[in-house]
Write a protein that binds this ligand. Structure first.
Ligand code: GRF
Length: 204
């Protein structure tokens, strides 16, 4: 399967996919054909360049409207003819046009146990709420924010120190689980195919 991965930051989820593919290029069942970002100068793009993978940047401020940006992102992505789009730390909400192209074929990873703590601050919000466990969710993207059908989740304990040290320590522990979960899910979707039945995802 052909993957386009969308990033906005350090790209460690992207790196986990690249490492898994490099470790078993035939068996994994997917390859990253391009990496897209909503901003320049991020480690995620450097990781792609180091791996010799084409990149594209689609910045909201370069477009007259959000809809124009969304259309440009869809067109830039379409140029690589992906079977699956993987949003791995991509910090923008895709719109109608992008969903029209790729709905049902966009996988997102979120650092909380959805439906709890959706949005851009899932780790901070979970910590502030005082939950004893949190984790990460890999799900299909629909027209809401972090509301699409859930594919897999991983649990991470919250410990006393997290409160003092703040969200970064907890987020790093979540990302360890998240990277494994994403690599496993993307590989299974690519190799086995899948069906989305309402809120259920079936992977044969
Ligand atoms: C991940 O935890 C993702 O769920 C969240 O931001 C983080 C991105 O990490 N949205 P990276 O860019 O993959 O290292």
């Amino acid at each position: 399967a052909r993957l386009v991965v969308l990033v906005s930051g350090s790209g460690t989820n992207l790196q986990a996919l690249l490492d898994a593919i490099a470790a078993d290029p035939e068996g994994y069942g997917a390859r990253v054909v391009a990496v897209g970002a909503d901003r320049d100068g991020i480690a995620g793009l450097e990781r792609a360049e180091r791996a010799g993978i084409p990149t594209f940047v689609c910045r909201v401020k370069d477009h007259p409207s959000r809809e124009a940006w969304d259309r440009a992102l869809a067109e830039a992505t379409a140029a690589y003819e992906p079977d699956l789009v993987v949003s791995a730390g991509f910090m923008k909400i895709v719109g109608k046009e992008f969903l029209a192209h790729y709905g049902g074929r966009i996988v997102n990873t979120h650092p909380a146990l959805l439906p709890a703590f959706p949005g851009a601050h899932g780790v901070r919000d979970a910590l502030a709420y005082g939950v004893k466990v949190t984790g990460c969710t890999v799900h299909f993207v629909d027209d809401g924010v972090d509301t699409g059908p859930i594919i897999a989740q991983g649990v991470v304990e919250v410990v006393e120190e997290d409160t003092e040290e703040g969200e970064s320590a907890l987020h790093e522990r979540i990302k360890e689980v998240e990277r494994e979960l994403l690599v496993d899910v993307v590989g299974r979707l690519a190799r086995n195919g899948y069906r989305i039945e309402g809120r259920k995802v079936r992977i044969p």
